[in-house]
Design a protein. Structure first.
Length: 276
């Protein structure tokens, strides 16, 4: 009997190591963080889910998801831009429903029709497509943008609703898009590897009859490895009702987020990433 119990425990441990909703980024998908160190606990919400974002059996980025607000706290990825088509299909995260569901992101239709999940059950665990319908002045804002990836699968992986927040449409198509597409290209000149974390600060407003939080701010921080002796970094923040982006140092952003989240001093990267 004891032997059987040990086998069950071992099997569950092995399974956890490969699951998508994971216990720890450090042990499951650390490669998306500079020096394999994720942000500290000061960003952690009351009811978090750590997601190693898996599409077609491969991890593409990491997301800390706020189950209560039904928005991501942040998504972390490696910047690898390239030409390509913008996907049109939106996906959801099966393992937010429970660990018996698929480890890879799926279409809502697949869960409803092949896994017999009800829309109500799916909607209890996360945002769904219906939440983002008929928005006024807002649209679906990627934290990890598809344009920062260089092939169709990596772009497709960003089209999960666990990587999306209600974003001011003028900001999303204006100053924020300008930062993603133009400023990042300039800033990453000479970078061998650029580690990026993009986040959203929960606000006081909601969409979908109170189901999905509208963030008060969006922010992004990048740590770029030029060579073994030189690392550079930068950050931005934007209020989610104005078409403006403010350029900051990583240290300035961490101090600003410390005030906005109110959960202690925020640290986004390993200490080797410059704060000035």
């Amino acid at each position: 009997m004891l032997g059987l119990l040990l086998l069950q425990v071992l099997a569950s441990c092995l399974w956890l190591g490969h699951s998508e909703v994971v216990k720890s980024f450090e042990t499951s998908c650390p490669q998306f963080f500079f020096r394999e160190i994720p942000p500290n606990e000061a960003l952690r919400p009351q009811n978090p889910a750590r997601i190693c974002q898996r599409y077609k059996n491969q991890y593409y980025f990491a997301t800390l998801y706020d189950r209560k607000m039904r928005i991501p706290v942040y998504s972390a990825y490696i910047y690898q831009p390239g030409p390509g088509k913008r996907p049109k299909t939106w996906l959801v995260e099966p393992q937010l429903i429970g660990p018996t569901y698929p480890k890879t992101m799926e279409k809502e239709w697949t869960l409803l029709n092949q896994y017999n999940v009800t829309l109500e059950k799916l909607s209890q665990s996360q945002a769904i497509l219906h939440d983002y319908k008929n928005l006024t002045g807002l649209n679906r804002g990627h934290l990890n943008p598809n344009g920062h990836h260089d092939d169709y699968s990596s772009r497709m992986a960003t089209f999960t609703l666990t990587n999306i927040v209600p974003q001011d449409e003028k900001l999303n198509g204006g100053a924020w898009n300008n930062y993603e597409q133009q400023t990042m290209i300039r800033r990453t000149q000479g970078c061998k590897t650029t580690y990026v974390i993009v986040g959203a600060v929960p606000g006081n407003n909601y969409i979908a009859k109170g189901r999905v939080n509208k963030p008060s701010h969006l922010w992004s921080a990048a740590c770029c490895v030029v060579d073994n002796n030189y690392i550079k970094a930068w950050a931005v923040i934007a209020e989610n009702d104005k078409n403006q982006v403010q350029l900051l140092t990583v240290g300035e952003l961490e101090d600003t987020l410390t005030e906005l989240y109110g959960r202690g001093q925020v640290s986004l990267f390993d200490s080797d990433c410059p704060r000035e």
